[in-house]
Design a protein around this ligand. Structure first.
Ligand code: ADP
Ligand code: MG
Length: 262
């Protein structure tokens, strides 16, 4: 039996400079669960993912994040990764001179994990995820298309087998087929490895493939509603109007809610 892990976010507050972005987020994700966060542009979704991973530039002004009781916010980013957190960033970073396998080898070495079979694993996952094998020897994400970057991040996730993954708009840049491949792989990880998932998205399309246990609506740095998958479908129809996101506000923040023309 797999051990049950818990990622617990309590009253998390964070600023960028003087600007308050996260205003008290509470979330608890257990192994094998899929939680979705939906919200308009600028509501703080990416900020939440960055604060969880320890990206510089954000000030945590209150609250806590614990992984199996360990205070994650006290750790540098690489130790959070070792503790079992993985982020598929909305904008994956380019790493000149480092190939996918170099990066994975380094991660296994730092974590004192057995890297034997790594090459075979990478090939198998790349095949399954439709990541072009010709790109495996190239610098990580450099000159990759949007879709290739997302698939490449997914290969890393599949090989590293973290406890929890934060997927920030993994559906952006993916066509329908790619979205299905990626969603299926994530879904399988939640079953086989009991991966816990925090999936950030604008669209319920992703959530049709990757069926969430819980859907949370993030507006202006606060979770204003939580429900089952029916909440995602409702949002697709009604947008965020009932949460006070009006046409005027959309205009002001440049929101492209559900891709509808403004
Ligand atoms: P989302 O991912 O939900 O679209 P973000 O978390 O990217 O939203 O951004 C939330 C708010 O924080 C926005 O108003 C954005 O302009 C601001 N913000 C985020 N990161 C920075 C930054 N590094 N510098 C200045 N403002 C930022
Ligand atoms: Mg974002």
């Amino acid at each position: 039996m797999t051990l049950q892990h818990v990622l617990r976010i309590e009253n998390l507050q964070a600023n960028v400079g003087p600007k308050e972005i996260l205003r008290g987020i509470d979330l608890e994700i257990k192994s094998g669960e899929v939680h979705a966060i939906m919200g308009p542009n600028g509501s703080g979704k990416s900020t939440l993912s960055h604060v969880l991973m320890g990206k510089p530039g954000y000030q945590v002004t209150g609250g806590s994040v614990h992984l199996d009781g360990e205070d994650i916010l006290a750790l540098p980013a690489w130790k959070r990764a070792q503790a079992g957190l993985f982020l598929v960033s909305q904008y994956p970073i380019e790493v000149p001179g480092v190939s996918l396998e170099d990066a994975l080898n380094a991660a296994f070495e730092t974590g004192a994990k057995d890297a034997s079979g790594l090459h075979e694993n990478v090939l198998r996952e790349a095949n399954e995820l439709g990541f072009p094998l010709a790109l495996l020897g190239r610098s990580l994400n450099v000159d990759f298309s949007g879709g290739e970057k997302k698939r490449n991040e997914m290969v890393q996730l599949a090989v590293l087998r973290p406890k929890f993954a934060v997927l920030d708009e993994i559906d952006s840049g993916l066509d329908i087929d790619a979205l299905r491949d990626v969603s299926k792989r994530v879904e399988r990880a939640t079953n086989d490895d009991q991966l816990g998932v925090l999936a950030i998205t604008h669209y319920s399309r992703l959530l049709k493939e990757l069926r969430p246990d819980r859907v949370h609506v993030l507006v202006r740095g606060e979770i204003v509603a939580t429900g089952g998958s029916e909440l995602a479908e409702q949002l697709e129809k009604t947008g965020y109007a009932e949460y006070g996101i009006t046409e005027d506000l959309k205009e002001a923040i440049g929101a492209d809610i559900f891709g509808l023309p403004r």
